[in-house]
Design a protein. Sequence first.
Length: 383
Amino acid sequence: MKRKVVVTGIGAVTPAGNNAREFCESLRQAKDGAAAITRFDAENFPVKTACEVKNFTLDAQTDPFVQFGVKAADEALKDSGLDAGSVDPYRFGLAVSSSKGGMTSLEKGDFQKYPPDLLNSHLSARYQSKGPMQCVIAACSTGTYALMEAARWIEQGDADFVLAGASDASVTKLMLAGYSQLGVYSKNGMCPYDGRRSGFLVGEGAGVAALELESQAKARGAKIYGEIAGYCMTQDAYRTTAFDPESDELCYLLRQLLKKADVKASDIQYFNTHGTSTRDGDFYETEQIKKAFGRDAYGIAYSSTKSMLGHMLGASGAVEFIACLLAMKESFVPPTLHYKEPDPGCDLDYTPNKAVPKKIDLACSISMGFGGHMGGILVKKRG
């Protein structure tokens, strides 16, 4: 009998709220996390705007990506109702990852505080966990891949409780200059699927979920946000910074997701898209969804929460997965902000500008990253 995986706790540090409750309210109210850069002096810098975590006191002794991740992990653990000391340490896993690591520290020449796996090391010492531990690095699919890896550990019997997700703190000169040079940094803010879209704004923060063996969660009477109904990853063998417009890797992934979860596209009520506000990326994603789901694609509510958070890079997938859980719990579809000029090539229901009340029993979240990484998760509401 398959070991089922459920989510019993969530934690978030985002440009639109420093905990899951604040984050949920920001999604409801369509709060924009974009603002003038304060992390460094940007007066003579080509990039002026980003989506920073606000009202968060940073300790100069530790890189921000670790601090964001620890805060989100602590919240997820507390929300799960488990005390770290009550868990068999050899059944307690960690997959709280980062795609970029300590970029603030790297820019200062402090390599000791840079490695992306430092976050898991901090958490392991903090919780005295001794089960499986892995820092997954998969560009902007990092958080999604980490969640999938954690679910697999529980399904295969390697762990009974795992904190999984990702943290990135990339509002730094080096990172923003790089994206600007690539030509993907927005000139007019985040407006996914809009005809004016020109790229993304970089965001920062962390998302962590507590994944648990269903029978254990039930035995202790834990609240359950949802069940991992299916997940899948694939790759696009094309260019490092673009997806092949002539291939169908995303279509394949979505069809595999449906098959693994034994559901139909029409069963999905909410789909949190990758939606980076890049001209080619948004069009490619839309076309692949329509190819995978057929006419059923037009009956699903979609949104890109990056329109409010910016692109949180490796942390995006984890935070967007949490957005799906909150949408299910609170029965609403988060909006796609700044949607004003429809693009005829992007013609799905992107939930423009305002949250919409809706009962959601099945939600999908996907991520795509430089290097061709693609991943998706289906999560099912539990009564």
